[in-house]
Design a protein around this ligand. Sequence first.
Ligand SMILES: NC(=O)c1ccc[n+]([C@@H]2O[C@H](COP(=O)([O-])OP(=O)(O)OC[C@H]3O[C@@H](n4cnc5c(N)ncnc54)[C@H](O)[C@@H]3O)[C@@H](O)[C@H]2O)c1
Length: 269
Amino acid sequence: MMLEGKKIIITGGASGIGRASAVLAANEGADIAVADIDRVAADATAELVRAKGREALVVEMDTSKVADAQRMADEAVAAFGTIDGIVCCAIKQKPAKLEELSEEEWDMVIDIGLKGYFLCAQAAGRVMLERGSGSIVFVSSVGGVQAYNGAGAYSIAKAGNVMLGNLFGVEWGGRGVRANTVLPGQVPTPLTQAMFDDPEIAAGRAAVVPMGRVGQPEEIAEACVFLLSDRASYVNAAMLKVDGGQAESKMMHTPGRKWGGKSMDYEAS
Ligand SMILES: NC(=O)c1ccc[n+]([C@@H]2O[C@H](COP(=O)([O-])OP(=O)(O)OC[C@H]3O[C@@H](n4cnc5c(N)ncnc54)[C@H](O)[C@@H]3O)[C@@H](O)[C@H]2O)c1
């Protein structure tokens, strides 16, 4: 097993990619702290972890609050004795054209999607630094390296996730704590499901991927588990795209391609 006996925190672990990562990490032998603002859904993830025969802890928290991030690390250490890794996933998105994006919308996305990543990685990472080993995984997006109409503050946060991974990796890699970034492409989850409910938009979105299909949460989780594991022992400050080749394709920018939809109010640029 790739994560035998490891103690892993997953922020945003109540849903989507975070939940899939929690379940796969448990399947690979890890005990999991599910850190999320949604207590009910986090409890459901915890049950899936326990069904794999591993221990699960739920930390109900807001990742954008420094006191909550510290409590998350403290509760994980109290429950498990230490922390071996963290996957930062928690997000809220507000798609908008930049000319319409409000300060409140900017703050919400940046506070959770960027500051929250920093605070949680810092709090958990300090524990890992003390013991001289650990792994931090930031779940970014191809939207962090590829601009698209209507991304709002999301792409800014996601670009920042990449630099967080690079910076933590550079500062902490020599002290035994690796940090890396995973960049998913399009994945149906509660965050994005509304787009995939429209068959025309779903087809348009699959068509911009060279592999001709969108990804599944479990396929992103595989990358997270690899980076958490000792098999990635020499992988540090790296960006791993898991997007079916989308970021290298120019098709995303084909004018007139139906790409957005009701929940993402934009069209191909
Ligand atoms: N789904 C995709 O297509 C896709 C593509 C690229 C990148 N990503 C990235 O993957 C990560 C996970 O996305 P997802 O699609 O699984 O989303 P999701 O909406 O299914 O899950 C997000 C989780 O974050 C939690 N959360 C929101 N605000 C929080 C807060 N303040 N504190 C704690 N928890 C909070 C939610 O309760 C939810 O459980 C995100 O960082 C997202 O940017 C997703």
